[in-house]
Every structure is written in structure tokens, then in C-alpha cells.
Design a binder for this molecule. Structure first.
Ligand code: SAH
Length: 250
């Protein structure tokens, strides 16, 4: 996978260097009933830099602007009875249709615990797209008909239930955003993170070389890049066999 990702990214940046970096940022729209929840995650650090460099544009659209009445209603009781509200078809359909008039989306993604489990491979895949639309659910989730007729991908960030799709959407955008070429200072660094090539990352150390008698492995101080690379590969293998043998031979 790492080789695939390097190749596709190199292709994209080499063929359209200027336009890719300056004219055509990746564009992610998010529909949410609680847009405030998404203010902070994109306002700092790496995602902030991606925005400033015009590599990634994230827009959050409050669902209530497409509410069915002046009270801002976007949810209703579920048919068949039972506790918990369901997000209605009409506001969501209008939101998706209205945004789709301006943008042709590569994927319309619904964040949901019963979706496909999100992993690095999916993040790599999405990072090569130009336009994504993400729908955040709330309450009992969204009316099934929206899933059937509009959604092209359903993604879960793990086997647990959160109260809304905003944090999952932020997880998705962060994982994708840092893979866009030029977002991280050292462009290759994301390619050597855990899960690329089905391996966990090796342990890392910084100064001082001796902290309370706990020493940094000698080899990292040797200045021999070949030996260091070998050591890191070996540590990656050991760590993966111990902690995640399931991913090693995927
Ligand atoms: N009743 C639903 C859960 C709804 S949770 C069920 O049992 O499947 C409310 C919303 O939070 C969902 O619509 C979804 O958008 C979001 N959400 C909760 N957990 C999530 C997860 N693990 N991954 C992605 N989205 C999640």
C-alpha cells in the first residue's frame, strides 16, 4: 500500500504540480446539526496549516438551514415506536441536493457505527479524491431512505457508539488531511507512520540520550543511516508481531 500511495501522490504532484497545490485544494463539505463541535478540530496544527497553504478546504454546513419549519426541526419520532428521534429525510435530501449543485462529489459519506471500519487504507484512498461530502448523524441516526438513495460510503471509526457523527467526521478529515502532499512538512513522513505497509511504527526517542539512567538505544546515536534503517525495520516487525499480528500478513 505504501508504494501505491507514493506512486499515486507522486503522479498527482508531478503532473499538475502548480494546479494541485494552488488552484485545486481538496474540498470537504460536512453537514451537521451541531457545527460548533467542528470549529476547533480544524482550527489548529496540521489542518490549520493545510488550510493556510490552500491544500485543503473544509466547510461545515449547519443542517438547520434546511429545516422543515421555522422552529428548525430536522428530526422526528420513529415509525413503529420506541425511544429516540430520527433525522428526517427532507432536510438531509435538500442539503445534499443543494450542495451537489455546486460540487460534484467523489463520495457522499455517512458516519455510522454500522459502516465499514475506517483504517489507513481507506484514508489513503480518500486522500486522492477532490471532493467529499460527509454527513454527521445524531440521535438514532438518519432515515434509512437517505442512506439508500444518496449515500455512497458508510464509515465507522470503531466498534463503539458515540452521540454524534461530528467527532468521527473530524477523525476522518484529520487522517485524510495529513496525507495530502505538502500538508506535512516532510512529505514522506506520513508514509512511514503505523499501518502503511501493514506495519506499526518503530519506537522513537529524543534528547536527552540518558534520562534518569534510561538510555536511548546505542544504534540511534551511531550516525550510521543504513544500520539505523535496519534497526527501525526490525523494531517495526517485532512490534507488529507482538501487538498486531493480524495486520502483518494482510
Ligand atoms: N442507533 C445507532 C447509533 C446512532 S449514534 C446505532 O445503533 O447504530 C448517533 C450518530 O453518531 C450516528 O448517526 C453516527 O453519525 C454517529 N456515530 C456514532 N458512533 C459512530 C461510530 N463508531 N462511527 C461513526 N459514526 C458514529
Amino acid at each position: 500500500m505504501r508504494t501505491d500511495l507514493i506512486n499515486s501522490h507522486i503522479r498527482t504532484s508531478a503532473h499538475s504540480h502548480i494546479s494541485f497545490f494552488y488552484l485545486c485544494p481538496m474540498h470537504i463539505d460536512i453537514i451537521s446539526v451541531l457545527p460548533e463541535l467542528l470549529e476547533s478540530p480544524f482550527a489548529h496544527s496540521i489542518l490549520k496549516r493545510a488550510k493556510e497553504k490552500n491544500l485543503l478546504e473544509v466547510r461545515v454546513h449547519p443542517l438547520r438551514q434546511w429545516a422543515i419549519n421555522e422552529y428548525g426541526q430536522v428530526d422526528d419520532y420513529q415509525y413503529g415506536g420506541g425511544a429516540g428521534m430520527v433525522m428526517m429525510c427532507e432536510p438531509l435530501a435538500k442539503a445534499i441536493e443543494s450542495l451537489s449543485e455546486k460540487t460534484t462529489y467523489d463520495e457522499i459519506i455517512y458516519m455510522t457505527p454500522d459502516g465499514e471500519l475506517f483504517n489507513q487504507k481507506t484514508a489513503n484512498h480518500f486522500s486522492l479524491k477532490n471532493n467529499l461530502l460527509i454527513i454527521c448523524g445524531h440521535y438514532k441516526g438518519i432515515d434509512e431512505r437517505i442512506r439508500e438513495h444518496f449515500i455512497t460510503k458508510e464509515i465507522s471509526i470503531g466498534d463503539y457508539v458515540l452521540s454524534g457523527g461530528e467527532l468521527p467526521a473530524a477523525v476522518l478529515v484529520d487522517a485524510i488531511g495529513r496525507l495530502i502532499p505538502g500538508v506535512l512538512n516532510d512529505e514522506t513522513s506520513a508514509l512511514f507512520d503505523s499501518f502503511q505497509d501493514n506495519l506499526l511504527a518503530p519506537p522513537v526517542y529524543t534528547r536527552p540520550a540518558d534520562f534518569r539512567g534510561w538510555k536511548v538505544p546505542e544504534i540511534l546515536l551511531s550516525g550510521d543511516p543504513r544500520k539505523i534503517e535496519e534497526w527501525r525495520n526490525e523494531q517495526s516487525q517485532i512490534r507488529t508481531s507482538k501487538r498486531r499480528p493480524d495486520i502483518q500478513h494482510e
